[in-house]
Write a protein that binds this ligand. Structure first.
Ligand SMILES: [Ca+2]
Ligand SMILES: [Ca+2]
Ligand SMILES: [Ca+2]
Length: 171
C-alpha cells in the first residue's frame, strides 16, 4: 500500500478511476446532472484520446490527442446545428493551436490560418472550392501583409508570389 505524503500540496482526489463503460466514459455536472463530457478511446488502446465537451445535448467541441501525450493536438468546434465550424491544429504538438481551418458552406475547409507566437502568420483561401488553397497571404511580425502567393493556373501549388511593398514610414 503506497504511503500518503501529507502536507505536500496536491491531494490524490483527481486519481479517481473512471468508471468506463466500454470505451466511452460520460461525465455529468454534479449539480445539474447535465452531460458535460464524453471521453472516448478511439483506437481502443486503453488510453482516452478524444474528449467531447457537451452542455446537455449541445455539442460544444471535441478535443483530440492523437499521440496520447496528454496535450491536445486537434480541436473541433461545432455550431448549434452540430456542423463542424472550425478546426484548430497544434502542429508542434505543444498543446497550443497554431493553425485554424474554417469550414466553407459546402462542408469542406475554405480558409486556413496559421499562427506564430500568437499572431497570424499566413491566411490561405480556397477560392474555387476544390479543398485546396489557391491564395496564401503572409504577414510580417508587425501584422502587415508581406506576400501574396497564388496559384493562377490551378496547379495545386503556389506558382506566383507577389511581395507587398512595406509602406513608407509615417515619421
Ligand atoms: Ca487511445
Ligand atoms: Ca498530443
Ligand atoms: Ca482551390
Amino acid at each position: 500500500m503506497p504511503l500518503a505524503v501529507p502536507g505536500c500540496g496536491s491531494g490524490a482526489d483527481d486519481e479517481a478511476d473512471a468508471d468506463a463503460v466500454g470505451l466511452l466514459t460520460a461525465g455529468y455536472d454534479p449539480e445539474t446532472g447535465r452531460l458535460q463530457l464524453i471521453e472516448y478511446d478511439a483506437d481502443e488502446n486503453g488510453t482516452v484520446d478524444t474528449r467531447t465537451y457537451m452542455d446537455g445535448s449541445v455539442l460544444l467541441r471535441v478535443e483530440i490527442d492523437n499521440d496520447e501525450d496528454g496535450r491536445v493536438d486537434r480541436w473541433e468546434y461545432y455550431d448549434a446545428d452540430r456542423n463542424l465550424e472550425r478546426i484548430g491544429i497544434s502542429s508542434l504538438g505543444d498543446g497550443v493551436v497554431d493553425s485554424w481551418l474554417f469550414e466553407g458552406a459546402n462542408g469542406i475547409p475554405d480558409r486556413w490560418e496559421t499562427f506564430t507566437e500568437g499572431r497570424m502568420a499566413t491566411l490561405a483561401l480556397d477560392d474555387n472550392g476544390d479543398d485546396r488553397p489557391d491564395r496564401r497571404l503572409s504577414y510580417d511580425r508587425e501584422g502587415r501583409l508581406s506576400t501574396i502567393a497564388s496559384d493562377p493556373d490551378e496547379t495545386g501549388a503556389y506558382t506566383s508570389t507577389v511581395e507587398v511593398p512595406v509602406p513608407p514610414s509615417e515619421g
